[in-house]
Design a protein around this ligand. Structure first.
Ligand SMILES: C[S@@+](CC[C@H](N)C(=O)[O-])C[C@H]1O[C@@H](n2cnc3c(N)ncnc32)[C@H](O)[C@@H]1O
Length: 202
């Protein structure tokens, strides 16, 4: 378990809804609903945080959800209880998943690979537990290739990564580097907020 990352997110947890749960969350809601409407079968959700994504999940699904931060999951409990389906939430580091190889039909992430310390290793770990031919669906914010956003986000990351996420991740390239086949990238705001659909090759 990566104690440094766990402590950082435990500290962020009490303020997380105030920082992330307002306007941005409302704006992205329809896009998240569309992405999560693909949920079928045995599902892994990484990382649950305080559960802000839960109201956008389709009803009646059976979801295993993890997060490195116990404090985040404590705060998620009320939203887990309200969900019309089953969510089993556990404290777990994506770098050290306890699941068997090829266990899940699908994996979903939401604003996660801005935060996982070693993104390519974390993605390889997801690949291990995903069935060959299974899909990884991601809602992520990333760095931008466009000036001046690239410069701004590189600078912002120097501060943001101490308290929370990196703002300049190259998540699409990381997914490919981890061995996934990138099927679809939809840019929702510039090239910064996007949904990504990838497949674990057979
Ligand atoms: C920006 S928050 C997003 C939470 C939630 N998905 C949302 O959008 O509201 C990032 C989350 O990733 C979790 N996280 C960071 N590193 C992790 C790791 N190595 N394994 C599992 N979860 C991790 C943090 O604890 C935090 O809850």
């Amino acid at each position: 378990m990566d104690k440094y990352t766990q402590k950082k997110w435990d500290k962020a947890a009490p303020h997380f809804d105030m920082m992330a749960g307002g306007g941005a969350e409302k704006r992205w809601k329809p896009f998240k609903e569309t992405l999560f409407s693909n949920m079928e079968g045995n599902i892994l959700f990484l990382a649950l945080g305080t559960g802000l994504d839960i109201p956008t999940f389709p009803k009646g699904k059976n979801i295993s959800a993890i997060d490195i931060s116990p404090r985040m999951l404590e705060l998620a409990q009320a939203r887990i209880d309200e969900y019309d389906g089953s969510i089993t939430a556990e404290v777990m580091d994506v770098h050290d998943l306890k699941y068997a190889d090829r266990y899940f039909d699908q994996v979903f992430t939401s604003c996660t690979f801005c935060s996982v310390p070693n993104p390519i290793e974390g993605l390889k770990s997801l690949k291990r537990v995903l069935k060959p031919g299974g899909d990884l669906y991601m809602f992520e914010h990333t760095g931008s290739k466009y000036y001046p956003f690239k410069v701004m986000m590189d600078l912002m990351t120097q501060l943001s990564k101490r308290l929370g996420p990196d703002m300049n991740r190259t998540t699409v390239a990381n997914v490919a580097a981890a061995g996934f086949e990138v099927l679809e990238v939809n840019n929702l705001f510039l090239d910064v907020v996007k949904t990504i659909k990838c497949r674990n090759p057979k």
